[in-house]
Design a protein around this ligand. Structure first.
Ligand code: MTE
Ligand code: MO
Length: 245
């Protein structure tokens, strides 16, 4: 029996047990971050990330799981962390977003920031978590990736994955469609009430509260909808592909 078949055999009760385990793990963030590391990842996290895939698919999303919102006055300054794909100075006037919808035609569409700003503006204040062991409460604003997909890549919701890359293709992430269409997942252009700064991914970055920082790609240059798992920078380095919370 392969693992896919095995998954199908899992009962709702099994998912509930796994879900409770994940809830405990999330509540135990402080404890986790004081645990010994393995290869730079806190030991217990490796275990949690293993469970994550089944939990997020099997339970949390089906219950409309949302990342907890924080009051606006709780926001904290956030450091710039990770600059893969941000080496070149970007001319914001020249920036274009290349979108390849799902399906047979797959003709890339070229969009600009006005196309993004015309979509409903949504904001979230939540605890942004880096796998390295820090977290910050940050307010983010932008367009829902789900609204963007409906408007600019209609039908692409049927794809299994979204792949995002920086314009120079030095940093890239793959995101499962359930997480991509999650109501808190944003194409973000403002941070803590100000336009996104270069180091934080101007003009547009991904904010995906159901995932660790590594998936929150800064300076998006291209978006592709497809069924095969898109290449993912940190998954190639051995981290869990789903990297979910
Ligand atoms: N293009 C790009 N995006 C990236 C990274 C990167 O190196 N390059 N690092 C990721 C990691 S590991 C984290 S924790 C967050 C940090 O976001 P910040 O710099 O806004 O704090 O960006 C993510 N997105
Ligand atoms: Mo990170």
């Amino acid at each position: 029996m392969n693992s896919e078949q095995e998954m199908k055999r899992r009962t709702r009760r099994d998912f509930l047990v796994l879900g409770a385990g994940a809830a405990t793990a999330i509540g135990g963030w402080e404890w986790l971050m004081h645990s010994p590391e393995q290869d730079g990842i806190p030991g217990p996290l490796r275990h949690v990330l293993g469970l994550d895939r089944r939990v997020t698919r099997g339970l949390l999303f089906s219950d409309g799981h949302l990342a907890p919102e924080f009051p606006r006055d709780r926001v904290e300054p956030i450091i710039v962390n990770g600059d893969y794909g941000l080496d070149d100075e970007l001319d914001l006037a020249e920036w274009k977003l290349q979108v390849t919808p799902y399906g047979a035609a797959r003709n890339p569409v070229s969009l600009n920031m006005d196309d993004i700003r015309r979509l409903p503006k949504v904001e979230h204040t939540f605890e942004f978590k880096c796998i390295e062991g820090w977290s910050k409460v940050v307010n983010w604003a932008g367009a829902r990736l789900s609204d963007f997909t409906a408007r600019h890549a209609a039908g692409s919701e049927k794809a299994r994955f979204v792949g995002l890359e920086t314009p120079d293709k030095e940093y890239f992430v793959g995101v499962d469609m359930a997480s991509a269409l999650h109501p808190q997942t944003l194409l973000c252009y403002e941070m803590n009430g100000k336009p996104l700064e270069a180091g934080h991914g101007a003009p547009l970055r991904l904010i995906i509260p159901v995932k660790y920082g590594i998936k929150n790609l800064k300076r998006i240059g291209q978006i592709v909808y497809q069924d095969t798992p898109p290449r993912d920078y940190w998954a190639q380095e051995g981290y869990d592909y789903y990297a979910g919370l």
